[in-house]
Design a protein around this ligand. Structure first.
Ligand code: GLU
Length: 555
């Protein structure tokens, strides 16, 4: 046994499996040529955000478009951040957006042959590979205390040197077996550090640079790592760097989709792969989600300032998952909108998603654009399906609204209002807005929102409504019906056509539009709405007469 092997055996006496055992336990996956294996590795903090969904969407598309596998791994090595029930939140939130895992951590345990899929349960696996690195002299126990590290940092700052543990600052690199044994026996805590071969002199012209192909960004070139980074903490739990490399190797991930915030640590990961003798997978570093603030500056979406960063926001507001998916694709792939224009009715999964068409500068997130897209997406969803969606939303978030779902046929007619026209109305955006938009169809929700038009003097209001009620015949077709409103207008001194009023405003009180707005407000409580005649026919005669009657009484 070499000195290093003795150190490894001393530090990891409980590790009886070998790296070969794990290689055999997790063999390369038998998948068709070109099939991609991707994973989502969220920390169970209980907060799942748009960035997670954005990344998950890329993972899901890459895997499922290629006949591969998409799995969920819970990255809970930072136990301070663990929140009870977080795994359920992750799975449920993503399922709502139709993102499903084939494998990995689940509510009733794991599925798949590459588990355990929760990092905190994989301690011995990481320790086995750390043991191998120690035995080979590629990693070592480091006993530096926090105070010593702080002193090192202070002296580095004073000397304007790179901070960190490396080169001469890595004081525990070459401790002998006896020195290590004595410190362990004395109960001194230690971490395991990588023994980097990198050159700390970053200005050395001979400095090795690494080249990594990123599927989104093309070739990345960066200086090699030179830091003796921690790979196992004092608790034996790995850092992100080590867990990423070990897990993605053993789980046979082919594509690592993760945020651009990991780019600076890429050289560390590359060195870890080299030291372990493994091939790195294809990296796909996604762009940060940005938004334009009130001043027109691009900035990162923030948990504190931007409620729309949380996925709960979309569920609470009642965005249809298809709309959010459609929107995400427009910011994910620059050619999606063009494809959609050519294939207006195609299912979204037919879109050939590619990492090459992804933006590598900040992806701009814009709620207004989401709303615009949602209008189009909802237009393609049949009323019956929308009914089910809205009811599901109400059951979860607004149970007090459930009575409006009592009459399915009535609500479906309302949802379809103006949607089949040659130039269809695009009134429907998200559940909260839709319920508000259609509220006047329900007596319990109806409220007067707008005032009668200023052009109409108060004494005309009862006259208009009385005449309208007296002449009302539910059997009138649209032309007959409007003819009657025009008559009322003329009788009371309003122009029969808006353009007459515009030409000779001195001759009229207003025009027929003002008169019909009075009727609209009496019926719907608002000055803007889809076609009144159609609305009356959905409401029915009784409700129409009653609303006008009640408005009259309230004058
Ligand atoms: N746990 C990491 C995070 O939440 C995952 C990064 C990765 O996908 O590798 O940021």
């Amino acid at each position: 046994m070499t000195d290093r092997e003795r150190v490894a055996a001393l530090l990891f006496p409980h590790i009886d499996k070998t790296p070969e055992d794990y290689e055999a336990l997790y063999p390369p996956r038998r998948l068709p040529e070109g099939a991609k294996v991707t994973r989502l590795g969220p920390s169970p903090t209980g907060f799942i955000h748009l960035g997670n969904l954005y990344g998950a969407f890329v993972d899901e598309r890459l895997a499922h478009q290629s006949g591969g596998v998409f799995f969920l791994r819970i990255e809970d090595t930072d136990d301070k951040r663990y929140v009870e029930g977080a795994v359920k939140i992750i799975i449920d939130s993503l399922r709502f957006f139709d993102i499903r895992f084939d494998e990995g951590a689940g509510l009733d345990g794991d599925t798949g042959a590459y588990g355990n899929y929760t990092q905190s349960q994989r301690g011995e696996i990481y320790q086995c590979f750390a043991k191998k690195l120690v035995a080979e002299g590629k990693a070592y126990p480091c006993f530096l205390t926090e105070e010593e590290i702080a002193e090192i940092r202070a002296s580095q700052e004073a000397a304007k040197e790179n901070p960190g543990i490396y080169g001469a600052y890595a004081k525990c690199r070459d401790l002998s077996y006896d020195e290590v044994a004595a410190r362990v026996a004395a109960g001194q805590p230690y971490v395991i550090r990588l023994k980097s071969d990198g050159n700390p002199d970053q200005s050395d012209p001979k400095l090795r640079r690494i080249h990594v192909e990123d599927a989104i960004r093309g070739t990345l070139e960066m200086p090699e790592n030179f830091q003796d980074v921690v790979i196992l903490k004092t608790t034996g739990i790995p850092t992100y760097h080590f867990a990423h490399v070990v897990d993605d190797h053993l789980m046979r991930t082919t594509h690592v989709v993760r945020g651009a915030e990991w780019l600076p640590s890429l050289p560390i990961h590359i060195e870890l792969f080299e030291k372990l003798g493994w091939e790195p997978m294809v990296y796909c570093h996604t762009a940060q989600l940005m938004k334009l603030d009130e001043e027109g500056n691009k900035r990162k979406l923030s948990k504190r300032k931007d409620p729309e960063l949380s996925l709960d926001y979309y569920r609470n507001e009642g965005y249809h998952p298809a709309a959010v998916r459609e929107y995400l694709l427009t910011i994910l792939n620059s050619n999606f909108e063009e494809w959609r224009a050519e294939h207006p009715d195609a299912p979204i999964d037919d879109f050939p998603f590619t990492t090459e068409k992804m933006s590598n500068s900040g992806a701009l997130f814009d709620l207004n654009k989401l709303n615009d897209i949602s209008k189009d997406v909802l237009l393609r969803i049949p009323a019956a399906e929308l009914y089910d969606f809205l009811k599901g939303w109400a059951e979860e978030f607004r149970p007090e609204l459930l009575p409006i779902f009592a009459d399915r046929a009535y609500l479906e007619q309302i949802l379809d209002l103006g949607r089949a026209d040659a130039k269809p109305r695009k009134d429907l955006i998200y559940a909260k807005q839709i319920v508000d938009f259609i509220s006047y169809f329900f007596d319990d929700l109806y409220k007067r929102e707008d005032d009668f038009p200023a052009e109409v003097p108060a004494e005309d209001l009862p006259l208009i409504l009385e005449k309208y009620l007296a002449g009302y015949d539910h059997a009138d077709d649209q032309t007959e019906w409007f003819g009657k409103i025009r008559e009322i207008a003329v009788e009371l001194g309003y122009a029969a056509k808006p353009k007459d009023f515009k030409k000779h405003p001195e001759e009229y009180k207003g025009h027929v539009g003002h008169v019909s707005t009075v009727i609209r407000i009496a019926l719907m409580g608002r000055a803007q709405s889809p076609d009144v005649w159609t609305i009356q026919h959905i409401m029915g005669e009784e409700m129409t007469r009653r609303r006008i009657g009640e408005a009259l009484k309230g004058l």
